[in-house]
Design a protein around this ligand. Structure first.
Ligand code: ATP
Ligand code: MG
Length: 240
């Protein structure tokens, strides 16, 4: 579903991603872990084309997404991205947050979009909040709305960039539960996270990044219980 080959990305003279190659199969759940500044967010942003890349190739379902052959609109349909900050439209109700893009970009009627939106709100347990504004919700509720909003575009891939890092500890669980539900539904996902226990539970594969490289990867059991590299061991010791 995702194929990255020889990806390089720099900001000015700072080389942030150095020759990254990876692939994520349809239905696979891949977690990305690694120290701050190792390039995890930049990798996710490159994959969903929020950043221009300096070299390499990125394919989503066989379509090359770097370069100009595909519009951002096509990418927006394929990939749903969830950030640490929820980025909801503050002036819109929860329901309107979910229906805006499906109406404008997918061309759904208001009725269809609302029907889908209500089903998604039910899925994240927030039907009764449909008329609330984001400012009236807790952080955990906002993030669940953000996930529902991404799903409303019917993406084939979901990318999560530290979806629970901005939340109070007691709100983390409800968001992880929603993500775990997506895992069960067979969604193709890439999850950047500091929640090691969660990564261990839900991932098919874990990538460990350091200094712009994927330095180690494997089954979560292997990465978390017997990592090969000393730097992976050191990172995990600090995290667990
Ligand atoms: P964290 O765990 O703290 O989120 P990360 O692994 O996601 O870290 P990135 O956000 O990808 O790391 O950043 C990698 C490097 O790229 C950092 O040194 C960062 O300062 C730099 N960087 C990221 N975005 C930009 C930008 N827009 N302009 C300049 N430098 C940037
Ligand atoms: Mg980051």
């Amino acid at each position: 579903a995702i194929e990255v080959r020889g990806l390089h990305k720099s900001f000015g003279s700072l080389s942030v991603l150095r020759d990254i190659s990876l692939s994520v199969r349809e239905g696979e759940v891949v977690s990305v872990i690694g120290p701050s500044g190792s390039g995890k967010s930049t990798l996710a942003r490159c994959i969903c084309r929020l950043e221009k890349i300096n070299a390499g190739e990125i394919y989503l379902y066989g379509k090359r997404t770097d370069g100009s052959s595909h519009s951002n609109r096509d990418i927006a349909r394929l990939v749903g991205m969830i950030f640490q900050q929820f980025n909801l439209f503050p002036h819109l109700s929860v329901l309107d947050n979910l229906t805006l893009s499906p109406i404008r970009i997918l061309g759904l009627s208001r009725e269809e979009a609302s029907e889908n939106a209500m089903a998604l709100l039910k899925r994240v347990g927030l039907e009764e909040k449909r008329n609330s504004r984001p400012s009236e919700l807790s952080g955990g509720q906002c993030q669940r709305v953000a996930i529902a909003r991404a799903l409303a575009m019917n993406p084939k891939i979901m990318l999560f960039d530290e979806p629970t890092s901005a939340l109070d500890p007691e709100l983390v669980g409800e968001v992880l539960d929603v993500i775990a539900g997506l895992v069960d539904s067979g969604m193709t996902m890439m999850i950047i996270t500091h929640e090691m226990m969660f990564a261990k539970e839900v991932s098919d594969r874990v990538l460990f990044m350091a200094e712009g490289n994927i330095v180690e990867q494997g089954h979560p059991k292997k990465i978390f219980s017997c990592p090969e590299l000393p730097r992976t061991q050191l990172f995990l010791q600090r995290m667990l």
